[in-house]
Design a protein around this ligand. Structure first.
Ligand SMILES: [Zn+2]
Length: 245
């Protein structure tokens, strides 16, 4: 049994979310963690009603110039319905002009996670150093979503108690990530699809779905010396320790 620890199951991307959930279960991906990035998405996350769909809500760095504090209060008001706060973080690839606002929004949500005792799901793009330094200001743990950094960065996050979220990027030919996993092992990873984005090889060009967790798992097992069963066991153990599901 596998879990997709990070996907975006919204009407904007899928006509039939029921079918997407069924496709996942039929491919041995029994649990899904859906993540919101904006206030409107967070509302949509909370409306999903499936016993095997778990919920994470938060404000993505692309909201840094438009969010309102009431939208952070909304996260707190729904603590009983969520298992974590995300995706939150820093994005200097798209958002170089509002770095200070991104940091402010990131810190507010890290403080909230720390106060509520919830894990965080981190988005960090071209912002590794600032992400690490800001995370160190808080007593939080969580997942580094869509990790694709160096061995040194991986080891630093792991030392800080974080788990690496590995998705279809690991199958991309121009990506060094599988070499990093061969060196550091898979003890501190979880699997995610980031659906509808980042479709793994050989399905590039199609809309991604949680069912493709199995393709990501197969690719890792073919390259790192581990069985599918062991990879499922390791990743589920990490999910249990972080999210308590
Ligand atoms: Zn995402």
């Amino acid at each position: 049994m596998f879990t997709d620890t990070h996907c975006h199951l919204f009407k904007e991307y899928y006509d039939d979310i029921n079918m997407i959930v069924n496709n996942a279960v039929n491919n041995n991906v029994n649990r899904l963690i859906v993540s919101g990035c904006s206030h409107s998405e967070n509302i949509e996350v909370l409306e999903l009603k499936y016993p095997n769909v778990y919920k994470v809500i938060g404000l993505h760095p692309d909201q840094a110039s438009v969010y309102e504090d009431s939208q952070i209060d909304f996260i707190k008001e729904n603590i009983d319905k969520i298992i974590g706060i995300g995706e939150i973080g820093l994005d200097y690839y798209y958002g170089k002009e509002d770095i200070d606002k991104q940091k402010e929004l990131f810190r507010k949500q890290l403080k909230l996670a720390q106060d509520l005792g919830l894990p965080v799901v981190i988005h960090s793009r071209e912002a590794t150093l600032d992400t690490i330094n800001i995370l160190k200001e808080y007593n939080v743990n969580g997942v580094i979503h869509s990790f694709s950094g160096s061995k040194e960065t991986a080891l630093e996050y792991i030392k800080m108690g974080f788990i690496l979220g590995i998705n279809g990027v690991v199958t991309f030919k121009n990506c060094n990530l599988i070499e990093v996993l061969k060196e550091i092992g898979v003890d501190k990873i979880v699997l995610e699809t980031d659906s509808p984005y980042l479709t793994p090889v050989p399905y590039r060009g199609e809309v991604n779905e949680p069912k493709h967790i199995i393709d990501i798992a197969n690719f890792i097992c073919e390259n790192v010396n581990i069985s599918l069963n062991d990879l499922a066991e390791i990743t589920n153990k990490n999910i249990k320790s972080l999210f308590d599901i």
